[in-house]
Design a protein around this ligand. Structure first.
Ligand code: GLC
Length: 716
């Protein structure tokens, strides 16, 4: 390249650098100029809702409204301004698998794909903020919203939520990580006061949110309904000002949950930036009377509140508007209900469905199977509109029955019988059971599709049942008499497969020893039936792993054994402390039904040859994994850390790294997993920070928390 072109290149580069810095300065200047041109009234109208899901814009200054929408696994059915909706609006879109299905893939890259679809669809639907992901820790199997959340483990949450948020925000849409913090039950969610140790807060309940802020750069965060240590989460000084904005340096927007603001001064002073939903369903409470509305104008005008308090909130809103090009600049077009999005939904379902048990290699069903008896109302039930605010009006939803009908070889006959009724308080129905038994007797295999349900009549918000917002499960018992059905069918046909839909663990003790094959299918989205059928028929090798433990019975669960639930005198104390999920079962010697990280494959893998190499305070682990079977598949290498002589009580093991590896039959790979310095720390309450205790540590490698196949010690 001759000197002339080099000169031009250098000029272009310098202009480039200059323009980047200049652009940043411009955006800050733009924001300040806008702020200076705003009246107090205009500023205040930006910090509270002016309809069900939006705040007001300022047209004269070119500031648009900030339009939000649920939910975590699809853009919610249109709600317009206060649910006044154009009947012709196209709001049938992609119903992605729910959060726990995504987490069950243990595939970090799928988090990004998931978020990309959500961001594109939100953009198409004219939204600026999508109200997800929900990442509260799965503390009890009873929480009605576990289906929306990801895991009992903070590292798995952190790794999956990063891709999700980046996927959404790379589409120019703001994600809204929720519900900050300690919203781990739905019972009494708008009144309960949560108490826990600082160590439990820092080691278990905050890391997912911290990662969302400091690594994923989330634009907005939603304050939870409950109280934490006596103060409402949506205006909690410790959580919002001290931790979120000061310690973590969060520059985005704190949005209250809908109706979660209760006090003007606290909301103004404790970090709430936008008040939403205070008037839920009661038009008698018009927007100007919100806590952060006309009252604020008066407080500033009479000098009780400094206008700088309001300015900071508006500055945050303008920054995020600027970051997502709402104040000018090129906005990426959206896309809606596309084939590609549906394929992503299917892929996530295929990688998230978990094969829990497979005796006699009953699965996958081979071509020798000529007849299948499909049993259970969950086989024909559509779930997209269920669960509460996370509802989605799906373009379509392939149920398990339809999936099987579409995927089986043409010469295979399929019968269907209801088996049980999804009706409030329904018990075992003898005639339905007899019909199912008769069908099972005549078939080569029986597939019972059971488990939990969202609700009964989705057109009614209040008609929630088990896996739904604003409600928790009463216990872990199978509803609608499913236990009796399963026991009767297995007697009639030993080749019976049980498929469980739903948000998590269910009590299997009455039949688990008789049933040879069990599949956990969660709420697998609009292509869930296709994905399930392809797994059952061996077109896809299952690779899902449980993102939460499945206890045998509720009383085995740490939160119920050591902790309080649902509450005592309006408070719930997390006495189990950091011992949540497998941290409890392993440390206290309680064997779960199925362990955290458990999931079978149709092929076999061997994880061996663990070696460790110190890199400063970090450790690079290297393992060899080989597909020793005859089918291509994927395995999740999980690395757990155990401190040999801790100075405080620590869990027997804690997940500190994982990697999903895809291998052809006979293929072998050397996989490296980095354990950062933080992997060897615990939170010291006396020091008020994470500390490292020098000593010996075991690194445990395996494909489940209860299947460790290699271990190595290291002195750190
Ligand atoms: C609900 C939920 C929250 C949702 C919001 C808006 O009560 O708690 O997750 O995003 O209100 O619907």
């Amino acid at each position: 390249m001759n000197s002339k072109w080099i000169y031009i290149a250098l000029c272009t580069l310098s202009i480039g650098n200059h323009s980047f810095a200049q652009k940043k300065a411009t955006s800050e200047q733009t924001i300040e100029k806008l702020l200076q041109r705003m009246t107090l009234q205009e500023k205040v109208q930006m910090i509270h809702a002016n309809s069900s899901f939006a705040t007001a814009g300022i047209p004269r200054l070119g500031i648009p409204p900030l339009i939000m929408s649920d939910g975590p696994h699809g853009v919610r059915v249109e709600h317009g301004n206060d649910w006044i909706v154009d009947k012709n609006v196209n709001d049938s879109g992609t119903y992605l698998p729910t959060g726990n299905t995504l987490a069950a893939t243990w595939n970090k890259s799928l988090g990004y794909s998931f978020g990309t679809v959500l961001g594109k669809e939100a953009k198409y639907r004219g939204k600026d903020v999508i109200l997800g992901p929900g990442i509260n820790i799965i503390r009890t199997p009873l929480n009605g919203r576990n289906f929306e959340y990801l895991s009992e483990d903070p590292l798995l949450i952190s790794k999956m939520v990063t891709g999700y948020i980046k996927g959404v925000q790379d589409q120019g849409i703001s994600a809204c990580v929720k519900h900050f913090a300690a919203n781990n039950q739905e019972i009494q969610r708008t009144s309960i006061n949560v108490q826990m140790s600082e160590r439990a807060l820092r080691e278990i309940y905050l890391p997912g949110f911290k990662t969302a802020v400091t690594e994923a750069g989330v634009n907005t965060i939603m304050g939870a309904y409950n109280k934490f240590r006596g103060q409402w989460c949506s205006h909690n000084n410790y959580l919002l000002n001290q931790i979120l904005k000061k310690e973590w340096g969060f520059k985005g927007i704190v949005i209250s949950d809908w109706g979660a603001v209760h006090n003007t001064t606290e909301a103004l002073m404790n970090g709430t930036d936008i008040e939403m939903g205070t008037d839920i369903g009661s038009p008698a409470f018009p927007y100007p009377q919100f806590y952060m509305a006309d009252t604020v104008v008066k407080l500033v005008q009479n000098g009780q509140i400094a206008e700088s308090i309001v300015n900071d909130k508006v500055r945050r809103i303008l920054r995020i508007m600027n970051k997502t090009h709402m104040l000018g600049g090129k906005r990426i077009p959206g896309a809606y209900a596309t084939k590609t999005h549906q394929q992503v939904a299917q892929k996530i379902a295929e990688e998230g469905i978990v094969l829990l048990k497979n005796e006699r290699n009953l699965l996958p069903l081979t071509n020798t199977i000529q007849s299948i008896a499909v049993i259970g109302e969950n086989a024909v039930r559509k779930n997209a509109m269920g669960g509460g605010s996370s509802q989605v009006k799906a373009t379509y939803e392939i149920t398990p029955l339809v999936g099987l009908q579409q995927q089986v070889p043409h010469n295979t006959t399929i019968t269907y019988s209801k088996g049980y009724s999804i009706v409030r308080n329904a018990t075992a129905d003898t005639s339905l059971i007899n019909e199912a038994v008769a069908a099972a007797k005549k078939a080569d295999v029986a597939i019972i599709v059971g488990g939990w349900v969202h609700g009964y009549d989705y057109t009614k918000w209040s008609d929630n049942a088990y896996d739904a917002e604003d409600t928790d499960k009463p216990d872990m018992n199978m509803p609608f008499g499913q236990d009796a059905l399963i026991k009767a069918v297995i007697q009639a046909n030993p080749n019976t497969i049980v498929v469980l839909m739903g948000g998590g663990a269910i009590d299997m003790r009455q039949w688990i020893h008789q049933v040879p094959a069990i599949v956990q299918a969660w709420y697998p989205g609009m292509e869930g039936g296709t994905a399930l059928a392809r797994i059952l028929l061996g077109k896809v090798n299952p690779s899902g792993k449980l993102p939460m433990s499945f206890p045998k019975q509720l009383s085995d669960c740490g939160a119920h054994k050591l902790g309080e639930y649902p509450s005592k005198n309006g408070e719930v104390r997390y006495n189990e402390d950091i011992f949540v999920g497998y941290r409890y079962y392993d440390t206290y010697g309680v064997t779960p039904q199925f362990a955290f990280g458990h999931g079978l494959s149709y092929t076999q893998f061997n994880i061996s040859g663990l070696s460790l190499k110190k890199i400063g305070k970090q450790v690079m682990a290297s393992v060899t994994i080989r597909n020793t079977g005859t089918m291509a598949g994927a395995e999740v290498i999980q690395l757990y850390v155990n401190e040999v002589k801790p100075v405080v009580k620590r869990p027997t093991k804690e997940l500190k790294a994982f990697e999903k590896v895809f291998l052809a039959p006979g293929q072998q790979k050397q996989v490296q997993l980095l354990l950062p310095a933080e992997a060897f720390e615990y939170y010291s309450e006396p020091h008020k920070k994470f500390v490292h205790q020098p000593g010996q540590y075991w690194i445990l490698a395996g494909n489940s928390s209860d299947k460790i196949t290699a271990k190595a010690a290291i002195q750190l």
